[in-house]
Write a protein that binds this ligand. Sequence first.
Ligand code: ADP
Ligand code: MG
Ligand code: ZN
Length: 490
Amino acid sequence: MSPSFEMVVGLEVHSQLLTHAKLFCGCENRFGAPPNTLTCPVCLGHPGVLPVLNEAAVRLGIRLGLSLGCTIHHRSVFDRKHYFYPDLPKGYQISQFTYPLLTGGAIPVRSGPEVRDIRLHRIHMEEDAGKNLHAGIRDASHVDLNRAGVPLLEIVSEPDIRTPEEAVDYLKKLRQILRSTGVSDGNMEEGSFRCDANVSLRPIGSSTFGTKVEIKNMNSFRFVHKALVFEVERQSELLERGERVVSETRLFDSHTGRTLPMRSKEEALDYRYFPEPDIPPLVLDPEWIEKEKASLPELPQERILRISREFGIGEAEAEILVVEEELARYLDEAREALRGHSEKGGWPLEKGVARLVNFLLTEVLREWNRKGVQVLGDSLSSAEIAHLLALVTEERLSLSQAKDVYAIAVESGKSPRKVIEERNLSQESGEETIGRWIVEVLAENPSEVQSYRDGKDRLFGFLVGQVMKKSGGKANPQKLNHLLKEALGR
Ligand code: ADP
Ligand code: MG
Ligand code: ZN
């Protein structure tokens, strides 16, 4: 992109809610059932049926609003949004238009070294549409209406995002909040979390926005990033040639990494919104909102500050642990296991915890990035890691031995305990034992000892190596160094 332009992005996320039933009927809200088995006259759009609002979906809307600091409107209204498409048998979608459930709020997002608030414009409730099926079908398309009527929250940001990285961080933070509050499973492959990105450019310093393009329906962070990077280049080239950006809807093609035009805004649909006559306005009891507030989990930003304080690490590192929920839980569990070791061994817990956090942010995080959640399970459970690091804290294993053990355990699927046992690994820290090895080595290498004493410094390393060899690699390196220096008297 030309450096004279600035990117402006606003995101619209559709999130499927974790309710048992659909939004306006009793059909099951579940992914993966055979086509059209989770349907009834209401979600099939038969005439004359009456929708009934699912209280559980409203509850999840309230929870999200509380977590994002939104204004929760005590009165909101459902509207009909009209359009024709085969996956929408009613000919309209029940949504909220003029009076949404939630407005305002913000998501703190990482922007280089800083954290910036991305403001939210609105969040409203609506029903999902069905799905057209094309794969494996010749000369026709089929329609699956299992998804029709599934509850969604549409979360619309203000155009506050300025880079593809901020956009991805915004999505990660939002997804994390949806998951930790139990509002949605955030499953991107199953379409529970889908994103439309609105993108425009403007000259740096300009206070008005340029013409935007909307990229529809992306279901991976990587795709969003790629689509934004592509789109910024495309628009920048147009503007530099003196052409203008056309207001249109585009699709991201994950095979080519390009965005392609889908429809122009001149052909924009007129949805003919009007209030849904079959559903009365949604009026919330303030006591209900208070009750939900009391049962909310810790917010991510609060959690980042707490972890950073409790574990003595930077906020950026704490953030990694919080965004990846499983890592944070693992850390908490491993600390508890370590507490048991510290009580038995009589050493201060903080000593082990510092080591644990470091190990997690380096060794474990590296394997996690490579292999995913499986590196936190079974043979590599939090109790196993605590055991491994207790050995290091008690100087029965060196840190580099522990790293090796961990790497072997990840590759072999064996527990660290098992790896240590099989390889007969341990560390010798006893001064008497190390001292005995040193005496032997000095006796076996009189000329080297003499040369060292005469000033050949690099022979120190040789002698260290000899003692280490004699110990079978088990001598505590710090102790060995210290005792050998003493013995050589230099
Ligand atoms: P539309 O009517 O086309 O749906 P909205 O005003 O409802 O547009 O905004 C939809 C999304 O687009 C919001 O997330 C908003 O922040 C974002 N947006 C609006 N204008 C721009 C712009 N010029 N550039 C980038 N994003 C924008
Ligand atoms: Mg829109
Ligand atoms: Zn139904």
